[in-house]
Design a binder for this molecule. Sequence first.
Ligand SMILES: CC(C)(COP(=O)(O)OP(=O)(O)OC[C@H]1O[C@@H](n2cnc3c(N)ncnc32)[C@H](O)[C@@H]1OP(=O)(O)O)[C@@H](O)C(=O)NCCC(=O)NCCS
Length: 145
Amino acid sequence: MTGALKASVTALELAPDQLDFVASNTESLDEAALDADARPRAVMAGDRVVGFLMYEAPADDDEAMIYRFMIDRAHQGQGYGKAALRHVLEEIRSLGHVRQVSICYEPENEGARHLYRAAGFVEDGLDEDGEMIANLVLPVQTDHP
Ligand SMILES: CC(C)(COP(=O)(O)OP(=O)(O)OC[C@H]1O[C@@H](n2cnc3c(N)ncnc32)[C@H](O)[C@@H]1OP(=O)(O)O)[C@@H](O)C(=O)NCCC(=O)NCCS
C-alpha cells in the first residue's frame, strides 16, 4: 500500500458508537507492517477510498481470517460493505488453498451480523474474548484441475 493510500485509509472515520467494534486503521496498518501474513486492503469506490479491511490466509493453512472490516461512516449503508465482502471472498477463493473463512465481531454488532450472515457465514459461538466467530466454507473449485 502506498503512503498516499495509507493516509487515506487512516483518515477514514467511524461513528462514535462504532469505535469499539474494530481497531483503528492506524493500529491495523502498524500491525500489518510487522506481520508478513497480514493482507491489508483499501476499499475503493472509483478512485475514492471508502473503507478498509484486512485478512490473513497463510499458505500452509486452509483457513483464512478476515479480522478487520470497516466502511467510513459517511459511506455506510450504500452497499460498499457488501461489495467489498464479495470482492475479498473472491480474492481469497482465487488463492486456491483456502477452504474456510472465519470472521469475528462483537455480539451486539447487528450491522456486521447482518452483512456476514447474508454472505453465508454461520455463527459458531463466542471465543474466549467474548467475540462472535462465524465461518464460511468455500465451495470446492472445479474450474482448475
Ligand atoms: C458493518 C459495515 C462494514 C457494513 O458496511 P456498509 O457499507 O454500511 O454495509 P452495506 O451498505 O453493504 O449493507 C450491507 C447490509 O447490512 C445491513 N446493515 C448495515 N448496517 C446495519 C446495521 N447497523 N444494522 C442492521 N443492518 C445493517 C444493510 O441494510 C444491508 O442489508 P441488505 O443487503 O439486506 O439491505 C459498516 O457498517 C461498518 O464499518 N461498521 C463499523 C465497523 C464494524 O462494525 N466493522 C465490522 C467489525 S468486524
